[in-house]
Design a protein around this ligand. Sequence first.
Ligand SMILES: [Zn+2]
Ligand SMILES: [Zn+2]
Length: 338
Amino acid sequence: MTTTRVMQVTGAGDRLELAERELRSPGRGEVLVRVEACGVCHSDAFTVEGWMPGIEYPRVPGHEIAGRIEAVGEDVVPWQPGQRVGVGWFGGHCGHCDPCRRGDLISCANGQVPGIAFDGGYADHVVVPQSALASIPDDLGAVDAAPLLCAGITTFNALRDSGARPGDLVAVLGIGGLGHLGVQFARRMGFEVVAIARGTGKEEQARALGAHHYVDSTATDPAEALQGLGGAATILATVTAPDAMSAVVGGLRPRGRMVVVGASADPMQIPPFALIPGSTGVVGHASGTSKDSEDTMRFSVLHDVRPTVETYPLERAAEGYARMMSGDARFRVVLTME
Ligand SMILES: [Zn+2]
Ligand SMILES: [Zn+2]
């Protein structure tokens, strides 16, 4: 029996622990991936803390998986052993539900998320459906690729789908795991970029990442600051504090949209009158499909977008996870496998 290492949680709220598992062969339509790096995402808390009902334990978290195909199951086309691949939040679609039949694969009613529906990338190996695979460009290392598969695609896709056009004022609320990538993408997509964060500690980094303007939301009303710059066509809200989101809606220009990607279960309070006069809006954005992940990685290589990461070896996943949850990581935590 061949075994593989995983870092699993045996129940909601339990600590991540090392375990040896039997290495299973990929079934029909599945691919066995040797993991080289896996990002640690705030949404891994769904699994570790048990914030999402219905998760079966023990479960291995991780949906920012970068590695190499080791074996393919029956009916896998055109993927081959040896190819470098990534797997993000999009862990496969059913192909027969209404959203799938309309071509909206990320909205699949039976969509699967690695680390939630099946064991994810805090492991030396993972078995995934072939539809979850994204090809990693040659010029992108596994450690850099991993965060692009969730934090990257989420911000890249939200910005390119936002309707903002080159030259438009685009604000990124929150300079953390998502926001530090959002600023880079926004700059390279040709927007005038405003970074908004609490305090001045992140100003230098935000400017270095590409922000034209920096707003300290503890010193200035961020909505007024945006209006002073002409009003934002798009505000990409990457924070997980709904109050901080409500506070910037007034910074939209007429017809502008706040695109929410920071995941929180807490309610957001916005007076209807803040939306009506300028016909502004607040919308959510789900990350994207495996093909969108490929686009994200290709764009990142073409335009030199890279995550800033702190790495931990797989067996120290609990420490890496705690570091991510503390909010102090600069900016993304990535697990590496030897
Ligand atoms: Zn994620
Ligand atoms: Zn479906």
